[in-house]
Design a protein around this ligand. Structure first.
Ligand SMILES: C[S@@+](CC[C@H](N)C(=O)[O-])C[C@H]1O[C@@H](n2cnc3c(N)ncnc32)[C@H](O)[C@@H]1O
Length: 241
């Protein structure tokens, strides 16, 4: 199995490098299902009126925007260590706000490492993370940070890639990941290496990490784990009791 360099500076630099075309690549390469996955995550999470959400590894903000559109939360705090991603999230918020998409939801964007933030203990009702935990250099610290920051009764909602269990789907998906996705990701963003990392990180993650068990080991209780699109991703909703 290939070693992956998840040094924070290098990963942040890689995402800085693809940020401008990241959304386009995401939507094209997923055939648009990423919108449906985010919407389902918000639904499964059971966000309530007035909740404050921390969107870890927020990228250009899509999961936070989805919470604001489809629930009555009070505030989204988006945090990511890629400055370029955060800059684009701010620009997107301005554009979408003009169209009155978000009711009264307030947004706050921050650049920083989500595995060690300076937010106070128990300051969030919900912590979300879309396709971010797989990239953390230190997953255990990231999950400990989630536990520390969640209020009691609060929920974490993670969307992360996986590989299908069914052998035929798995083989087909691996062909797509290894031979198609890096080429198209490379053409769209100009950074084929980022999409090779994407493939390698999913294969390694699926083999080495059981996120449900890791969340339980971090002290969180399982609400639901929902496989998506034949198991190419999963939504994990866990609660701090
Ligand atoms: C695949 S993108 C996902 C972005 C967004 N959540 C989405 O759903 O499209 C992963 C993001 O995680 C960020 N990231 C990875 N590790 C991080 C960490 N330890 N702290 C902060 N951001 C991190 C990267 O900079 C990148 O923007």
């Amino acid at each position: 199995m290939k070693e992956l360099d998840k040094d924070a500076g290098k990963v942040a630099g890689m995402f800085d490098g693809i940020a401008r075309r990241y959304d386009l690549a995401n939507h094209l390469l997923s055939g648009g299902v990423d919108f449906l996955w985010r919407r389902l995550a918000v639904k499964l999470c059971g966000a309530k009126k007035g909740d404050v959400v921390l969107d870890m590894c927020c990228g250009t903000g899509d999961l936070g925007f989805c919470f604001a559109k489809h629930s009555e939360i009070a505030k989204v705090v988006g945090c990511d260590f890629s400055e370029e991603m955060v800059r684009l999230a701010r620009i997107k918020e301005e554009k979408l706000n003009i169209k009155g998409k978000f009711g009264d939801t307030e947004f706050q964007w921050a650049t920083g490492d989500c595995t060690a933030t300076s937010y106070a203990d128990e300051s969030f009702d919900i912590i979300s993370c879309g396709f971010g935990v797989r990239n953390m250099a230190d997953l255990e610290s990231g999950l400990a940070e989630i536990y520390r920051l969640l209020k009691k009764g609060g929920r974490v909602c993670i969307i992360e890639f996986s590989l299908p269990k069914c052998a035929v789907c798995r083989a087909g998906y691996l062909l797509y990941l290894r031979y198609i996705l890096p080429i198209f990701g490379g053409i769209i963003t100009g950074k084929i290496s980022a999409y090779r990392y994407f493939t390698d990180s999913i294969v390694k993650w699926d083999k080495e990490v059981d996120l449900g068990k890791s969340l339980e080991a971090a002290g969180l209780e399982r609400v639901t784990v929902k496989p998506l699109s034949k198991g190419i991703a999963k939504i994990y909703v866990f609660e701090k009791i």
